[in-house]
Write a protein that binds this ligand. Structure first.
Ligand code: PLP
Length: 468
């Protein structure tokens, strides 16, 4: 159990690590900190002494406490596990996304690939034909469990991958986002602790914020995902009610957790009886020949709620998602009935007919090829145009690339300057409840048909050079 002064010290250490506080910056006076945080002056003193002992700050006579100039260069690399934190990220997310949503911007900060990559005309045809063919009584019957044909198609696809899933485990939802939120609600109460990757998808943090849950950040590597040793330590020390992880093509890192590690993750969570909310919306966008098996495939205890979606690989905007919710299926289903009742049936029907007609796997193969090309091109362009000290992680799937800039580059400022040049980027602090990753950005390479992309990456590189 950490004390109040240790928690305050950790918060400041994080501000230093993330470069929100830089070498030479003055810390608030003891009086200011005590008044603004509602903690006693002695708590502030204790925290400052602790930070001094850790070599992060120094006292200057009659002047106050300052961030030490000799501090080691912070790195984006997995951070030390901390305490659970309350989440208040939405203002920043809406501010950044609000300014990034303009259609005239080059959408490097977008979370969606180009709509032109999808068979939209075919889907629209199936939408009309499918609804004309649907017996009228199905419009009411299908509300509760979701479209029966589509659930069967989804179960069949699990079966082909060798994962036994029963049809009544599947709850259809309005995109994966609803599924993920319902899963969280099914296993938590306000105030509970949920383990999330660090960095993690900002909408996961917003879901925690909405449900008044606390986030416990688990260090996560850009290559192989969650640090299991760190997770084991956190599970031993905290009453974690759920984990929300993305083992395949993690957003924003693109990390792919190897199979043996997935098995170890499931074993660890089973020992602690902690449910896993597996956010797997990029599963079909793998660069390798084989789709990675989800962590759900290793689950024997029914603890994994595997959330999928057609938003990223087939039908953006149709809002068709689902969860194979294991032992929590009934609870998730009831929560959905109490909130949205049901996802819209025409969207589900269109996707069901598309899957039944064949052609989905062919579409996916073409999509993967195009994304593999644009992924390589984006990583090469970043290497060519960005300042020395930049690291770009070329993932093995998805359409998002994580870029670590030299520590002096402030990603939020880069985002603002890029907007002026007509370019959006997703700055690192969006992906952490503690405003970490201040010198990192996430870039989208899924707009393969946009002729402005090359020039935009070059312009971004020039902006980063000026700030490095
Ligand atoms: C990791 C992750 N999970 C879930 C979602 C939401 O998926 P959907 O559009 O199906 O709600 C997104 C979309 O950006 C995502 O990146």
């Amino acid at each position: 159990m950490t004390t109040r002064y240790e928690r305050y010290a950790d918060e400041i250490a994080e501000l230093i690590r993330s470069q929100a506080l830089r070498a030479g910056d003055r810390l608030p006076s003891v009086r200011q900190a005590s008044a603004s945080r509602g903690i006693s002056p002695s708590t502030v003193f204790e925290a400052y002494y602790l930070l001094e002992a850790r070599g992060l700050i120094e006292a200057r006579a009659r002047s106050g406490y300052y961030v030490k100039a000799t501090m080691a260069t912070p790195s984006w690399a997995p951070t030390m596990p901390r305490d659970a934190t309350e989440v208040a990220i939405s203002d920043l997310v809406f501010q950044v996304l609000g300014s990034s949503g303009r259609p005239d911007l080059v959408p490097l900060g977008s979370a969606f690939p180009s709509p032109a990559l999808f068979p939209l005309a075919t889907l629209a045809r199936h939408l009309g034909q499918g609804m004309r063919a649907l017996p009228p009584e199905r419009l009411v019957q299908d509300l509760a469990p979701g479209n029966d044909d589509l659930r069967r198609q989804i179960v069949r696809r699990y079966g082909i991958d060798g994962i036994p899933v029963a049809p009544d485990e599947i709850v259809m939802t309005n995109g994966a986002m609803e599924a993920l939120g319902l899963c969280l609600q099914a296993v938590t109460e306000p105030g509970d602790v949920v383990a999330v990757e660090s960095p993690t998808f900002y909408a996961a943090l917003q879901a925690l914020e909405r449900l008044k849950l606390r986030a416990l950040e688990v260090p996560t590597d850009a290559r192989d995902g969650v640090d299991l040793d760190a997770l084991a330590g956190l599970l031993a020390r905290h009453r974690v009610k759920a984990c929300w992880f993305m083992p395949s093509f993690q957003n924003p890192l693109g990390a792919l957790m190897p199979q043996a590690k997935r098995q170890a993750l499931i074993d660890l969570l089973a020992r602690h009886e902690v449910p896993l909310i597996e956010d797997d919306v990029y599963a079909e966008l793998h660069a390798d020949a084989r789709k990675p098996l989800p962590a759900k495939a290793f689950d024997r205890a029914g603890l994994v709620m595997h959330c999928g979606s057609f938003s990223k690989c087939l039908a953006p905007g149709y809002r068709v998602g689902w969860v194979a919710a294991g032992r929590f299926a009934q609870r998730v289903e009831r929560l959905r009935l109490m909130s949205s009742l049901s996802p819209a049936l025409p969207s589900q029907q269109a996707v069901a007919v598309y899957l039944a007609e064949g052609g989905y796997d062919r579409h996916l193969r073409r999509l993967r090829r195009r994304l593999a090309d644009s992924r390589r091109a984006m990583a090469a362009a970043v290497r060519q145009h960005f300042p020395v000290g930049t690291r770009v992680h070329e993932p093995q799937g998805g359409y998002l690339v994580w870029v670590e800039l030299p520590p002096s580059v402030d990603a939020l400022e880069l985002h603002r300057r890029a907007l002026v040049q007509g370019i959006s980027v997703a700055p690192g602090p969006l992906f952490s409840p503690t405003a970490g990753f201040a010198h990192c950005i996430r870039l989208n390479h899924g707009h393969v048909d946009d002729p402005r992309i090359d020039g935009a990456v070059q312009t971004l590189g020039a902006l980063a050079h000026a700030m490095a």
